[in-house]
Design a protein around this ligand. Sequence first.
Ligand code: ZN
Ligand code: ZN
Length: 314
Amino acid sequence: MLGPYFAEGQAANPSITLPEDDVEAMTWLCKALHFKLSANERLISFGLGRKLATLCDKYDTSVAISSWSAMWMQNWKGSVDGNISYAPLLYMSYAFGNHEAFWCTSRDIMQYYTTNEIKQIANELQSEILPYRLFDSINAERTKTLLRLQTTIEDMLPPFINDKCPEMSSCRLLTVAGYYLSELIRLGLWPLSRIVEQTSINTIASQIEHFENFDETSHEDEEDGWGGRTSSGGKKNRRGKKFEVWQESCSVPEIDCKKLLQDAASVASKALQGLCLNCIKEGKVTTEEGNCQARSQWDCQMQQTKESTQIATP
Ligand SMILES: [Zn+2]
Ligand SMILES: [Zn+2]
């Protein structure tokens, strides 16, 4: 700050006043830069962390105090302020220039937050530091993954519907389809257009755990004789007439819907990638703009080197 490039640094006895800067945060920053922080200063509140992060960004000292900030963030996560809120972590990791923490936090927000909650943190963190488009980008990635999950849910029902069934009014297949639809509604997974806006990927995944497959045996004793399994599980001749009709016209496909949904949720969750801080600082905020979504700064640089050699040697 008192280097020769600044006017203050050229004075004989430099003395500067920084009326805009927070005293406590400035003291901490100076102590960190001069290795004067004690062991019990390993924990900071978010309030202080945020002020420090702002100063770091302002005076471009994030690299110089990166080992301190990494430790603050690691210890901060839930230890001082109690519960985890991703908003402060996003802010701090951005301002402290902590690539991996930023990647993880942006990914967590994609997984745990709804569109409205993302809008909320965008307002909460309104500052000159974070590019506003960052939140649109996070929400876009979240929505992309959710839409993929939505397709799986949507594709689950058609195999249970046969519109050419001669016994439509008593079709067993339709009952199964109706059961699955009501199961999706019960768990808040239907209507699909609503889940994309109002539900988080994490909520969907945990709701899927409560999903129950159609249970044949629970319909066994119904009057129209749909059942027809012995207690040992084998089919027997107790079937009613309608069951025979059903059996000829529509067979229920053997689909483990719960597993189908669980697999889709797990694939969706694994496919979620945080945003690359390096790229964001270069103006590539969205994936369309070329954000590489690399988890480490090194991977991002490797990718860029690869790309530039590819361009050089067509
Ligand atoms: Zn049928
Ligand atoms: Zn990158």
